[in-house]
Design a protein around this ligand. Sequence first.
Ligand SMILES: [Fe+2]
Length: 329
Amino acid sequence: MTRVLVIDDEPVVRALMAEILTRAGYDVVDADSAGRALELLDDGELALVISDVVMPGLSGFELLDEVRTRRPSLPVLLVTGSGTQDNLAEALSHGAAGLVMKPFTHAELRERVASVLSRASRGEREVRERVIAPALTSALASAVTARDIATGGHSERLVELSLRLAIEFDLAPGDLDAIRLGASLHDIGKIGIPDSVLLKPGPLDRDERALMESHTLIGDRLLEPVPELAAARPIVRSHHERWDGQGYPDSLIAEAIPLGARIVAVADALEAMSAQRPYRFPLDRDVIVAELEAGGGSQWDPGVVTAALALVDRGVICFGADGVGIVIG
Ligand SMILES: [Fe+2]
């Protein structure tokens, strides 16, 4: 139940607001002064503060300033009897989430509270999506790169290539974000692979290969408790699946493989073939094109391969001495 703190020095008004909001399904806590309200601010369950402006002792504005300092993301709705534009402007300049004029109807109070709460949760979600997810992604991706220095720069190029390919499929913005996350984190499970296998210069034996292949499942499990990165999980888990069902870890066939994973698989191959590695030179453009053509419909989604080849043909994807690149424009 959403907890709301109601502050008003007038017992009748306080009781009225508490009753309206309790009936609307909120868990209401009340206080008869701003001073008393400050003692309740540390309650982590508190989702909204509704405060009278004019009160003996600390005013609603002073309370608002204190809330902004101590709980910056906690919204405050001010209630005032003198409803002038100046009051509204002052409330907003102090960082109030809104102003309710007295007298108010039951419906008005309910609507204002619901709208402030929904805006606050949208704001919180946006912060998670825009700030927390990219920060986590970059920290995690760096953790893989730091161990696997032989493929430095691979991750950035892979993200660019995957996004460029994804654009050819008319995906929604949310799907593109998922591909960006998934491409950045596709090999995050390598964190769980021992150095003796991850960095082994020669070919892997059967057990070592099985261990290496488990990076898909380790990655998926690693992201499971992080809701902000959930969109990346299908790519992390399925980027080594093959169109013909011979891939791992689930032997998915054709369109049962998430599209993001099919895109990242082609981008991964393109990047790997075109990159300089300690043990070999980059492959020539013609060899890469022939490899892609040969693997379309068996290793990779033929539609994604066609899209990639068309981009190579148009010069959008190009191959330089320092690996694959994308021509913007
Ligand atoms: Fe991988």
